[in-house]
Design a protein around this ligand. Structure first.
Ligand code: ADP
Length: 310
């Protein structure tokens, strides 16, 4: 089986930072994959290795079976990275830049029809002759996407595509991304908006300090999480007794979120504690954690583990 992306024992050491610490990761063709992690986790370094922009210190990486170093051209042709910023001369016009980009990939006149279709799908057609510098932030973002898709790459990486983007463009972006996914493209998404990852991605890797802290389907990540979340609604801003205090995850005014272990006993114990302080069972609702809650705890756990080994 050929993976869309296959990374094995990948390390990247910068002079002062060990940015990737032995990454093993296979992404299937046709997956919608989320690559999550806080700033500095190594996401961009990993993407740049896949794009051939950063040389690994050791280990290997391949896109659709093409090694990113030995078989750079084929790997690069298989991958489209939507970067965060335009790398082109601001005086270029939109269509002109896209055709130039197609030429860079060795595509000739045959690419013109696709470039025009791409501009159509991204609602860029009426900006075809506009200079890049005259575009609004949202329009620039569309151009970045078109630029990454010019060579119809089977594997598409979207690096923080919705950072600083308004709601309408964000929805347009997700519609296009879903279409591309339906058409068979593999999508790899990095985002800080966990609700986006939650609604779009099949599997998720959480990167922390250059290592994979978790990798699974999001439903499995949530189900494997040791805690469920109990939400307690108070009638007024009362203090909680110490027995309940130890369970508190977050509190804002009258809404308290508590951790509860995944067992009937633990839930019954919590209900009893809540009753003891004179709060009816009705005020307590127990639910699964959101992806964001799992993510935050995973990062805390990985930070604690790093402190122990430091
Ligand atoms: P992320 O994309 O998850 O925010 P990065 O891959 O950008 O993380 O960074 C991972 C680590 O590598 C950070 O500590 C960052 O400072 C460091 N780093 C990234 N690029 C370079 C570079 N060119 N030279 C030195 N250190 C770098």
């Amino acid at each position: 089986m050929t993976f869309a992306v296959s990374v094995a024992a990948l390390h990247k050491r910068y002079p002062n930072v060990h940015a990737l610490r032995g990454i093993d990761l296979d992404i299937h063709q046709g997956e919608f994959f989320g690559l999550l992690g806080p700033n500095g986790a190594g996401k961009s370094t990993l993407i740049n290795v896949l794009a051939g922009l950063v040389k690994p210190s050791s280990g290997s990486a391949a896109v659709l079976g093409h090694d990113v170093q030995r078989d750079y051209r084929a790997a690069r042709l298989s991958l489209g990275v939507v970067p965060q910023e335009l790398l082109y001369d601001p005086f270029f016009r939109v269509r002109e830049m896209l055709l130039l980009q197609a030429g860079y990939f060795g595509l000739g006149r045959s690419s013109h029809a696709w470039v025009d279709e791409l501009m159509e799908r991204l609602h860029l057609s009426d900006k075809a002759e506009a200079s890049l510098q005259s575009l609004s932030g949202g329009m620039k973002r569309r151009v970045l996407i078109a630029q990454a898709l010019v060579h119809r790459p089977p594997v598409i990486v979207l690096d923080e595509p919705t950072a600083g983007v308004d709601v309408a463009l964000r929805q347009g972006l997700w519609q296009l991304t879903r279409e591309l996914h339906r058409e068979g493209h593999t999508i790899i998404l990095t985002t800080h908006y966990l609700e986006e990852a939650e609604s779009l991605c099949d599997r998720i890797a959480v990167l922390a300090k250059g290592s994979i802290a978790a990798l699974d389907r999001q439903s499995a990540l949530i189900a494997r999480h040791p805690w469920r979340i109990a939400q307690l609604s108070l009638t007024h801003e009362q203090a909680l007794p110490a027995a309940l205090q130890v369970h508190v995850l977050r509190r804002d005014a009258r809404r308290v979120l508590l951790r509860v272990a995944r067992s009937a006993d633990a839930e019954a114990h919590l209900c009893a504690l809540v009753q003891q302080v004179g709060l009816a069972d009705l005020a307590l609702q127990i639910r699964e954690p959101t992806l964001e809650e799992v993510f935050i705890e995973l990062l805390d756990a990985s930070a604690r583990a790093a402190e122990v080994t430091a």
